[in-house]
Structures are given as structure tokens and as C-alpha cells.
Design a protein around this ligand. Structure first.
Ligand code: ATP
Ligand code: MG
Length: 345
């Protein structure tokens, strides 16, 4: 028998908490995704009911003319998930566009947010600048936080493990859900963001964020030689020209990556000390980073090669996951329609 959340809490039964996170299939996943979100998903998937969304609809908001790119990257993202250890037996991996209930909820949510509020979202503002839309911002792009709110609310997610750049979007989700619950009936759940210690991994160019659309990423699927090449070209301290000169650790991307990936924290502290004092060259710290990343990426690459041998099986995982996700979202939407008095028959 299915019980509503309200009934369950009246009976003192707590429901199992839900996680929803995901990625846009705009390219394979990178180290930023790992520290920002994948790591937490893998760790928490056995404790929480986990939904992982491959957000193709959202990816189209700034890629409308490139449907092939989105289609191709669905499997790339799925392969990345499986190779870092997202387990389809416990996590439900699904494709956003195949759960039309999310699109329906987006339409209802659009009435609960103002144009001014959309234009104020700092992440969207940054991204609009970065993408150089000029005066031609696609309406779908401006409103993507609303569709993301619908992704989260359709699954009644309590927790959303995301990178720091997504915080303003989760905040907007909470506002929309609160408004919905107040105007209609309290059927939706206010989510909380779960941000990792690293928060936001900078790009290899030292810019604030590693991003798949920014050309500054080290991908989980990059070969050893590509990783080596990218690290050797990485941004460090532009003023650190001679080995013997003191160098800056803050804002130095190589140290940020070492902090995020080197399990030997003591060694990292020692390297920082030496670098600050002078006498430690960029090549030395880069070599250390290459070693650390290789240790981390080797097992991921191996698993990826295995899964990639059988793309049909990977697509089957997505198909099954999407079926399950659709059932969950339909249940929420039935409650939503009832709350909005749209349950006519
Ligand atoms: P795009 O450039 O196409 O927007 P992206 O690299 O920003 O791609 P998304 O699919 O938009 O990746 O983001 C998926 C998730 O990964 C989000 O939770 C986001 O916060 C997180 N994430 C992406 N890049 C980073 C990063 N550099 N550091 C930490 N988290 C990140
Ligand atoms: Mg992004």
C-alpha cells in the first residue's frame, strides 16, 4: 500500500531520504564533476534513495542547434557514472527528456517565478556572459533553473549533491517549492544542497571553474598521455619564473588539484612549504600531480573500457532507470495536479 508523506509522518514513520543529482550531456565528465558531485553520490548511494539525471533537455537550452552532440554524450556520461562506481542496482540513472512529467511541472513552476528573479540568478548571469549570447538569450536558458527545480521537486529530493556553482539554483528551487506549497497544498519537499569541501575545482587555465564547455578540463576518460600534457601546461603562479624564487600556493591550480586528489596530505603541506620558500620548481609539483592523477584515474579508465565494450547493456540500464524514474515522477505529478485542482476526472 502506498501512503502519502503526510500520513507516514502522522504515523511516525520516516520515509527514506532522497537524493537527486545529475549532469548535462554536453561532454564527458571531468575532475570537477568528480570532486563536486560524483564522489558524494557514490558515497551516499547506499544510504539514500538516489536518482541520477542525465539532463538532455537542459543541455539543449544552450545547444538547440546541436542535437547530435547531446545524443552522443548521453552514453559518455553514463559510462563515466558506471566507471566511477555509481551502481545502477542502487541508483536510478535516467534521461530527463523521457520523463515528460518534469516538463509539465516546469510549466506550472514558471508561474511561480518572476522575470526579474530569473535575471538576478548570479550563476545564470555568469553563464550568459560566458556563452556570449549578447541580446539573444534563449528563453529556455534563462528559465533553466525552473526546469532544474522541477527535476528536483518531481522526485521530492531532500538532498542535492552539487558543485558550488549550483547553489543559487538550489536556492531558487527552494523558493519555488515553498511558494507552491503555500499557494496550493504542501505536497513538495524543500531540498538542501550538499556542497563538497572542494566546492569548485578551477580549470587547468586557473580560471574559476573547470567546465566541459570551457576547454579547460581534464576528463575522467583522458588517456595518460593527454593528462600528462594538460598538467604540464597548467596554470601555476605566473610570477614564479625561477626555481629558486618563492612561489604562491593560493590560486595555484596545481596545488588546488593536489589538495583535492593527493591522499598524502602531509606531503602536500611539505611541498607547499618548499614552494613558498623557493627552490621548488613548477615541473616538480606537476610531476607529483601527474603521479597522483594517474593513481586515481587508472582504475576508472579500466572500468570504462569494460563497460564501453557493451553499449547496448549501458543503454538498457538507462532505459530501466528511466522507467523507474517515470513511475516516481508520475506519482508526484498526480499529487501536484490534485493540489492545483487540475484533477478533473
Ligand atoms: P557545461 O559547461 O556544459 O555547463 P559543466 O562542466 O558545468 O558543463 P554540468 O553538467 O553543468 O557540467 O554540471 C554538473 C554538476 O557538476 C553540477 O553539480 C556542477 O556543480 C558540478 N560541477 C561542474 N563543474 C564543476 C567544477 N569545476 N567543480 C565542482 N563541481 C563542478
Ligand atoms: Mg554547467
Amino acid at each position: 500500500m502506498k501512503m502519502s508523506n503526510k500520513k507516514m509522518s502522522l504515523l511516525g514513520i520516516s520515509r527514506r531520504e532522497i537524493i537527486l543529482t545529475g549532469d548535462r550531456p554536453t561532454g564527458p565528465l571531468h575532475l570537477g564533476h568528480y570532486v563536486g558531485s560524483l564522489k558524494a553520490r557514490v558515497k551516499l548511494q547506499n544510504k539514500y534513495k538516489t536518482y541520477v539525471i542525465i539532463a538532455d533537455t537542459q543541455a539543449l537550452t544552450d545547444n538547440a542547434a546541436f542535437p547530435e552532440k547531446i545524443r552522443k554524450n548521453i552514453i559518455e556520461v553514463a559510462l563515466d557514472y558506471l566507471s566511477v562506481g555509481i551502481d545502477p542496482k542502487v541508483s536510478t540513472i535516467f534521461i530527463q527528456s523521457l520523463v515528460p512529467e518534469i516538463a509539465e511541472l516546469t510549466v506550472y513552476f514558471l508561474n511561480l517565478v518572476t522575470l526579474a528573479r530569473l535575471e538576478r540568478n548570479p550563476t545564470v548571469k555568469d553563464e550568459m556572459k560566458q556563452k556570449g549570447f549578447g541580446g539573444n538569450v534563449p528563453a529556455g536558458f534563462l528559465t533553466y533553473p525552473v526546469s532544474q527545480a522541477a527535476d528536483i521537486a518531481a522526485f521530492k529530493a531532500d538532498l542535492v549533491p552539487v558543485g558550488e556553482d549550483q547553489l543559487p539554483i538550489i536556492e531558487q528551487t527552494t523558493e519555488i517549492v515553498r511558494k507552491f506549497n503555500k499557494i496550493y497544498q504542501p505536497v513538495l519537499v524543500e531540498p538542501k544542497a550538499l556542497v563538497s569541501k572542494t566546492g569548485r575545482l578551477p580549470g587547468t587555465d586557473g580560471k574559476t571553474k573547470m567546465g566541459k564547455s570551457l576547454g579547460n578540463a581534464i576528463y575522467l576518460s583522458d588517456s595518460a598521455s593527454v593528462v600528462r600534457e594538460k598538467v604540464m601546461k597548467m596554470y601555476t603562479d605566473p610570477k614564479h619564473i625561477h626555481v629558486e624564487n618563492p612561489g604562491k600556493v593560493e590560486g595555484n591550480a596545481v596545488f588546488t588539484y593536489l589538495d583535492a586528489f593527493d591522499p598524502d596530505k602531509k606531503m602536500v603541506e611539505e611541498l607547499k612549504k618548499q614552494y613558498r620558500q623557493g627552490g621548488l620548481g613548477d615541473v616538480a609539483i606537476k610531476k607529483r600531480l601527474i603521479e597522483v592523477l594517474e593513481k586515481f584515474l587508472t582504475p576508472i579508465r579500466k572500468k570504462r573500457i569494460q563497460f564501453a565494450k557493451n553499449p547496448k547493456a549501458v543503454m538498457k540500464i538507462l532505459e530501466e532507470g528511466t522507467k523507474k524514474a517515470r513511475i516516481a515522477a508520475s506519482q508526484t505529478l498526480a499529487e501536484v495536479r490534485k493540489a492545483m485542482k487540475l484533477d478533473y476526472f
